[in-house]
Ligand binder design. Structure first.
Ligand SMILES: Cc1ncc(COP(=O)(O)O)c(C=O)c1O
Length: 447
């Protein structure tokens, strides 16, 4: 199993390696990008995203569609790259995500909308756009969606997001098979089908959606879970008395961010899934059915690096501390403040001196005034000096948009895309005066 430092070097090599001792993704020296856009910034590698989408599609087999879970990285250009690939679609969770995927070129018939608290306004947008399915998460939501569709004089597709009775074992974080706010209890499947079919002029029952876990690495339990999803789908078709048009299997394929984590075995999962699909595909209850996997981090996490500059290096009672100009304010996940129980560090590298052996282990901390702002302790970085650039790998997912960008009012980071050997600015870096944006100074009277 690779150490964190080996993983970082491996990812750096996949980005395009180094030149004259510095990280040079796709041949572009990182210091040049830093000079042009300032630090910190997020850098995404377009070809790595496209290559991953193709690999996933090939592994899952003919006709299986890959939906991009936009919450992982809602950058317009990232969505455009995926929308330009065959047999892809998008899974959105808000009106904003719906806006971005339409702007990126995803067709309405390739979009599904999930989320446990969709407002009437969001349902209205989904209906007006004519997306393929609103994946409803409660019995009430079925009735609300029908009412909205009636108001708009339209019909809209419905996916029933089911919380299955059986747990998916072997994952790190579960959102189904447990008691929680997501989906409709499997025990209520019959009622959900009945309610959907009660509105034939406004609702079209497309099928089912089951997403129960993220960071899944164990192939066999995941295949068992998919087999269970097929069975629930067939039961749904029986209850409806007609074939289903959609099974959305969720996904949750894992990304090995941390020490002792190996890659998700996509090829083995794909082989198993193809066999499973072959055994169900000819069932008349699935005639014409579309098969979806919805993936976020697995498509984009590996293709992003967050780059921050060393501001200071100091010793405190025999320990070395390196402070950087970006931290938890830009990257909540990589500082262990989201999705982790115990803080573990992402793969980090000193991008300014790639060839040098790591020296003394250091603590890497961001600029926010809290001990929570830390990329990690005991990191074997190569001799960090003020001005060096530190790379935080696996930062393509749940980075910019998943962070508390307003905390401490530092400027927001730029987002840059490498595509066809060139760096393209996707989002300009913020400025200190942005803190006043949208605020009104009051003419306060006192006394
Ligand atoms: C319904 C749904 N689909 C897809 C995803 C994407 O998960 P991941 O990024 O682990 O692929 C999530 C993540 O929370 C989700 O809630």
């Amino acid at each position: 199993m690779l150490t964190q430092i080996d993983k970082a070097h491996d990812l750096a090599r996949r980005f395009g390696g180094e030149r004259d001792g510095e990280f040079a993704p796709a041949g572009v020296p990182i210091s040049r990008i830093a000079e042009e856009y300032g630090t910190p910034f997020y850098l995404y590698h377009g070809e790595m995203i496209v290559e991953r989408v193709r690999r996933v599609r090939e592994s899952l087999g003919q006709g299986v569609e890959v939906l991009y879970s936009v919450k992982a990285n809602p950058s317009l250009a990232v969505c455009q790259l995926i929308a330009g690939e065959r047999l892809t679609g998008a899974e959105v969770a808000s009106s904003g995500e719906l806006v971005v995927v339409r702007a990126a070129g995803f067709a309405p018939e390739d979009i599904v909308f999930a989320g446990p608290a969709k407002t009437d306004d969001e349902l209205r947008r989904a209906v007006d756009e004519g997306i393929f399915a609103v994946n409803v998460e409660s019995l009430n939501e079925i009735d609300r969606l029908a009412a909205v569709a009636e108001q708009r004089g339209r019909r809209i597709g419905v996916g029933l997001r089911i919380n299955p009775a059986a747990q998916l074992m072997g994952s790190l974080m579960r959102m189904g098979g447990t008691v929680g706010q997501f989906g409709i209890d499997q025990a209520d499947l019959g009622e959900a089908v009945r309610r959907t079919l009660a509105h034939p002029d406004h609702l079209i029952l497309r099928g089912i959606h089951i997403y129960t876990a993220t960071q899944v690495f164990d192939v066999d339990p995941l295949l068992e879970h998919c087999s269970n999803i097929f069975e629930i789908a067939l039961k749904t078709a029986d209850l409806a008395g007609r074939p289903l048009e959609m099974i959305d299997f969720g996904g949750g394929f894992g990304v090995p961010y941390f020490e002792k984590m190996g890659e998700f075995d996509l090829e083995r999962f794909g082989e198993g899934f193809q066999q499973l699909l072959a055994s169900y595909r000819s069932d008349p209850r699935l005639e014409g059915c579309r098969f979806f996997f919805e993936l976020g981090r697995y498509l984009v996490a590996h293709a992003g690096v967050y780059v921050t500059r060393v501001v200071d290096v100091k010793q405190m009672k025999g320990k070395a501390f390196v402070t950087t100009d970006g931290g938890m304010n830009h990257h909540l996940m990589a500082t262990g403040n989201m999705g982790q129980v115990f803080r573990k560090s992402y793969p980090l590298l000193n991008l300014s001196c790639m060839g040098r052996e790591p020296g003394e282990a250091v603590t890497v901390a961001g600029p926010c005034c809290t001990p929570l702002d830390m990329f990690g302790a005991n990191i074997p970085l190569a001799e960090p000096k003020p001005g060096d650039l530190i790379g935080v790998f696996y930062s393509g997912a749940y980075g910019y948009s998943a962070s508390n960008l307003g905390f401490l009012s530092h400027p927001t980071p730029a987002e840059v895309l490498l595509w066809q050997g060139k760096a393209h600015l996707l989002r300009s870096p913020g400025k200190p005066q942005d803190v006043l944006n949208g605020q009104e100074a009051l003419a306060l009277t006192r006394g």
